[in-house]
Design a protein around this ligand. Structure first.
Ligand code: NAD
Length: 356
């Protein structure tokens, strides 16, 4: 099993190192090949996604990704910014379906900013479309405005669009996922304002007829943002576009106690995938050995399950994460009085010990 390991920037190398410890503890089953990506790759080769890194990602069975980005690259042209690496990988590898489970472990209810009765036992799945929407739409740019009130001033503009097949393929992924869970899909859009969303809703409604065993509901994104903090357990699978999913999945992350607990998988049509924590490179805490590696370790478990067909090993890792939490081990972001604080590396070691 060849796994492309792309640590990236900020806390990326630290959380990936802790995750590699866990994978290696499963035995000599993986050929782990590391390559630079993001700002680290830009420093090394002048591009955030060098051809050698892309070739490794294309040839591997799966990709384990840390995070990219740092404020020091903020002045680079957009196409050379570290974040372009992740967008480029998604595009080149056809990774259109992003799975972001948000599970609130009973041990972490106190770490959430919401009341325990609101989030205790939470287990929802956000399915986000990754290849389309305003992030990839054209035309885009900065131009001189023809607005009657502000003629000639500079204005930024982007284009939002979704085609029917794009909506349908992410819809099918969501309905199939719901069939293996509580059989409920909530499609989130802004159909009261946006034409793109009107088409999205039409396609989802039509698709729902093929999945009569799954209950389909629709919700405007502003209401969904509100309901996620008011009654998150009312959701099961939430399916939405790239922009809305980006925002809602970070909101869902905080329900679970910390963004450091939230794994993600980005899959192509054959279930080859890129696995990464839902958070970014956290430059504010980089190099201090305090970042939470559990989201990355749980992402590796998703990798074993979805791309490598190793369900038993995936469950072993998930049980080990559950065990370290039960043992009271915490990184600083989920620390509460009475628990034991560990560093990034030490948390990786604790998960390895819990595997056995
Ligand atoms: P962020 O997710 O990096 O950090 C937000 C907050 O969460 C920070 O306070 C950070 O310290 C904390 N945090 C994040 N991960 C943590 C962890 N594992 N353990 C403990 N605390 C954690 O978001 P940001 O600050 O908005 O962005 C920082 C950089 O990351 C930017 O350059 C951004 O573009 C980039 N980014 C990259 C990705 C990616 O690589 N896929 C995703 C989002 C943001």
């Amino acid at each position: 099993m060849k796994i492309a390991v792309l640590p990236g920037d900020g806390i990326g190398p630290e959380i990936i190192a802790a995750t590699v410890l866990v994978l290696q503890a499963l035995g000599p089953r993986f050929n782990l090949e590391t390559a630079p990506v993001g700002g680290a790759a830009y420093d090394f080769s002048g591009h955030p996604l060098p051809p050698a890194t892309l070739a490794l990602a294309q040839s591997a069975n799966a990709i384990l990704f840390g995070a990219v980005g740092d404020w020091k690259y903020d002045t680079l042209p957009r196409e050379l910014r570290p974040e372009q690496a992740i967008l480029g990988l998604r595009k080149h590898l056809g990774l259109f379906a992003n799975f972001r489970p948000a599970i609130c472990y009973p041990e972490l209810t106190a770490a959430s900013s919401l009341k325990p009765e609101i989030i205790g036992g939470l287990d929802i799945l956000i399915v986000r479309e990754l290849n389309g929407d305003i992030y990839f739409g054209s035309p885009r740019g900065i131009r001189h405005s023809e607005h009657p009130l502000f003629p000639g001033v500079r204005e930024g503009f982007d284009t939002m669009h979704y085609s029917e097949p794009e909506v349908e393929r992410i819809g099918r992924v969501a309905f199939e996922a719901a069939r293996k869970r509580s059989k409920k899909v909530c499609s989130v859009d802004k159909a009261n304002v946006l034409e793109t969303s009107q088409l999205w809703r039409e396609v989802m409604t039509r698709l729902g007829q093929d999945y009569a065993d799954v209950e389909l509901s629709h919700m405007y994104v502003d209401n969904a943002a509100m309901q996620l903090v008011k009654a998150p357990k009312a959701f099961d699978v939430v399916v939405t576009g790239n922009l809305f999913g980006d925002i809602l999945s970070d909101e869902a992350a905080m329900l679970t106690g910390s963004i450091g607990m939230l794994p993600s998988a980005s899959l192509d049509k054959n279930n080859k995938g890129l696995y990464e924590p839902s958070h970014g490179s956290a430059p504010d805490i980089a190099g201090k050995n305090i970042a939470n590696p559990l989201a990355t370790i749980l992402s590796a478990a998703m990798m074993l399950r979805y791309s490598l067909g190793m369900t038993a090993e995936a469950e072993r890792i998930e049980r080990a994460v559950q065990k370290v939490l039960t043992q009271g081990y915490r990184t600083v972001d989920i620390f509460t009085p009475g628990t034991t604080q560990l560093g990034t590396h030490e948390m990786g070691v604790a998960v390895v010990q819990a595997l056995s």
